[in-house]
Design a protein around this ligand. Sequence first.
Ligand code: CU
Length: 227
Amino acid sequence: MRARRPLPVAATLLLAAVLVAPARARGDDVRGQVRYQGTPPARPPQPVTKDRAACGEAAADESVLVSKGGLANVIVRIVAPGAKEEPRAVTLDQRGCRFVPHVQAAPVGSTLALLNGDPILHNVHGWSGVATTFNVPMPTPGQRVERTLARPGPVKVGCDVHAWMSAWILVVDTPYFGVSDGEGRFAIAGVPPGRHTAIAWHEVLGEKIATVVVPASGPATLELAYP
Ligand SMILES: [Cu+2]
């Protein structure tokens, strides 16, 4: 496993006011927003150096996406020892020489389908830290290859042909997780009532830890802030 990026204590403490929203029918949800405080870093497009007919002239840097003050692609999970996570079937497509989706989460044991939606060769390479998780040449348009996500932790995905291509899959050992949308909003279904530890993960900005209390009746709101 890759060493976790250390976070300053102050940043961790800044975390998350935990608010309890008005009661609803069932207390089984955590929802909220991940905010980005301050001016996000400039992320200029990266030059496309080959296969321009399929890939275009430039590739957007999708690593820090902020809209209306909300930070996208943060995976928020609830620590739940002993809770059984059901494996899922997830996909990672390649279209126009970018991975779709850029960030996703999947429980341990899930099946990852790698797809080549382009008319050119990609070589999909997944990394868990410095260790190769999978390394799949995909020369054929429409090709589909499946791999199992066997261990928890972040998997960084690149393409050995196109250096700018980048995606992340966070493999989680909990059934309770969500990914923030374009404006930073997320929802986590089915979280049982009680006091929980929530961990937020972002590919560049690292982890934040917060506490959330899901009441016996009604949802909980969890507000998070980066950086
Ligand atoms: Cu590629």
